[in-house]
Design a protein around this ligand. Structure first.
Ligand SMILES: [Zn+2]
Ligand SMILES: [Zn+2]
Length: 143
């Protein structure tokens, strides 16, 4: 084929076999800017005429998540996880508690805070999580 699949290195580095399904899933996740549930992803792939079963989508997402290639987040009051491609870009999320839409926020307000913690507590910070909950533009601000 000569053409190198873009995710080949990523998968190889994590000792994962580069399967067609994994490529398809990674490609779909990366082109989709928002995190999606396994079902959403499954329907999206089906729409494109890709034959894959829902359990394969689940299994692949879990494997990719275990290897840190895909990020997984659990939404509160919503027993479904959402997945997104991990492009190693540090970011936070805004989560709508009504429609469960999850939008990334670029930029981090916690860098100074991390430095403060390091110097104050002599604690070596390796990362953090911050998710912001509320109502998205489409859902308004009803309480
Ligand atoms: Zn909403
Ligand atoms: Zn941050």
């Amino acid at each position: 084929m000569g053409f190198k699949e873009p995710y080949q290195d990523v998968l190889k580095k994590k000792n994962l076999k580069a399967t067609k399904h994994r490529y398809t899933i990674l490609k779909a996740l990366e082109s989709n800017k928002l995190p999606v549930t396994a079902e959403d992803l499954y329907f999206r792939l089906k729409e494109k005429g890709i034959s894959i079963s829902l359990s394969t989508v689940y299994r692949s997402l879990e494997t990719l998540h275990e290897k840190d290639i895909v990020l997984k987040s659990n939404l509160p009051d919503y027993n479904k996880a959402v997945y997104e491609y991990n492009n190693n870009e540090h970011r936070h999320h805004m989560i709508c508690i009504k429609c469960h839409k999850m939008q990334p926020v670029t930029g981090c307000p916690l860098e100074e805070y991390e430095k403060l913690i390091e110097s104050k507590f002599k604690f070596t910070v390796k990362g953090h999580n911050l998710e912001v909950y509320g109502y998205c533009n489409g859902c308004g601000c009803e309480e």
